[in-house]
Design a protein around this ligand. Sequence first.
Ligand code: HEC
Length: 99
Amino acid sequence: MNRIIICAGFAALAAWSQASVAAPPHPGRLLASNCFQCHGTDGRKGFEELAGKSSSSIYEEMKEMQAKPADKNIMNAHARGFSDNEIWLIADYFSKVPR
Ligand code: HEC
């Protein structure tokens, strides 16, 4: 099931990356805007900058935080609000923002 959801995410990314001149915004940007308050707009100038980090490291950190007790850390609680597919889209978005 997760694999199907992740594949759907990649299909959305593939469709987005083939878009022509008037490219729509990255499909993860709206989801990623949930992170801007603490991590800075587009993941820049926050206390933990996400811009330009590898998508796999953001994905893995989010999965680790999802698995930790939600009442111990704001990120553990926050990470739980997103599906695997949404986390991939968010991670891919931040990885493509120039530092
Ligand atoms: C309410 C503030 C807040 C919001 C909103 C928030 N974060 Fe965080 N984030 C934190 C804090 C605080 C830490 C540091 C946690 C720690 O080190 O224990 C953190 C840490 C992280 C880390 C680990 C960074 C590192 O280098 O260790 C990642 C990845 C991350 N956040 C991703 C996200 C993503 C993706 C979103 C949006 C879906 C998000 N955060 C939204 C406060 C926030």
